[in-house]
Design a protein around this ligand. Structure first.
Ligand code: SAM
Length: 239
């Protein structure tokens, strides 16, 4: 079975050639030494995974032709991850892990104690794509642009519940037994935690469920992974 997996943002169907991006062509020919006739696996986030044959390949470009579907499309459960961006490498880590853990959408939020005022959405999206390529997933979660938490909550559809990782509850870890399935989002704060104003608003909203992630205060990147594991094990596709 071909080992190399590539995300290709084009419809995939048997016998229909698709162009490679320059970076992908360079990686395949220059780094992985692939030649015409070699096989790779490709996916586009919608049409499952396909075994595909390299037609032509050079450092500047190339194309592949899907031969047969090697895995069906598998979408994650309806779980969003909302998190306050932190330092660059740790934000990259959160996006990468969210894609691996099965987030359906990734929403960076600006909170009162968030340090950064902007993010490189394109770079974070590329991290989500790379994570999907490496973990064997066929779905790539979209990464939104940075949105203020207050604006996100103003327009929130209350059919989607929010699991709020509340550092003030640090103590005995909680199980999610008794919570209903359906659309959910996880909310993780920044290094400085949530402000008093944010805490008051979050506590007043009917669609919020505050949770403890155990007795220790976790770094935001650890907390994001821990909360997703907790949710996946109780309500998601780990069951
Ligand atoms: N500066 C804050 C403090 O000292 O209380 C800690 C913020 S923590 C580094 C970053 C985020 O991770 C928090 O806003 C929360 O969402 C989550 N978090 C970390 N540990 C947690 C815990 N034990 N229970 C619930 N949430 C936690």
């Amino acid at each position: 079975m071909a080992k190399i997996r590539l995300y290709i943002d084009h419809p995939l169907a048997a016998g229909q050639p698709v162009a490679l991006e320059q970076g992908q062509a360079h990686y395949l020919s220059g780094v992985m030494r692939q030649k015409p006739g070699d096989r790779v696996r490709v996916f586009n986030g919608r049409d499952g995974e396909w075994l595909a044959e390299l037609d032509q390949i050079g450092k500047r470009g190339g194309s592949v032709t899907p031969v047969e579907q090697s895995a069906p499309q598998q979408d994650p459960p309806d779980l969003w991850l909302c998190f306050a961006p932190i330092k660059k490498a740790r934000t990259d880590f959160i996006v990468e892990k969210a894609a691996e853990m099965g987030a359906a959408r990734i929403l960076p939020v600006q909170t009162d104690h968030t340090n950064s005022e902007r993010i490189r959405q394109d770079r974070l999206q590329a991290h989500a794509i790379e994570a999907a390529e490496q973990c064997g997933g066929t779905y790539v979660p979209p990464v939104d642009d940075l949105t203020p938490l207050s604006r996100l909550l103003d327009g929130w559809d209350d059919a989607r519940r929010i699991l709020w990782a509340d550092e003030a509850l640090a103590g005995p870890a909680q199980t999610l037994a008794g919570l209903q399935g359906g659309p959910w989002a996880i909310l993780i704060g920044p290094e400085g935690g949530f402000s008093a104003t944010e805490r008051a608003r979050l506590r007043s909203l009917p669609f919020i469920t505050p949770v403890s992630l155990g007795p220790r205060i976790l770094r935001a990147d650890t907390a994001a992974v821990a909360a997703m594991a907790l949710w996946q094990a109780s309500l998601g596709d780990w069951r």
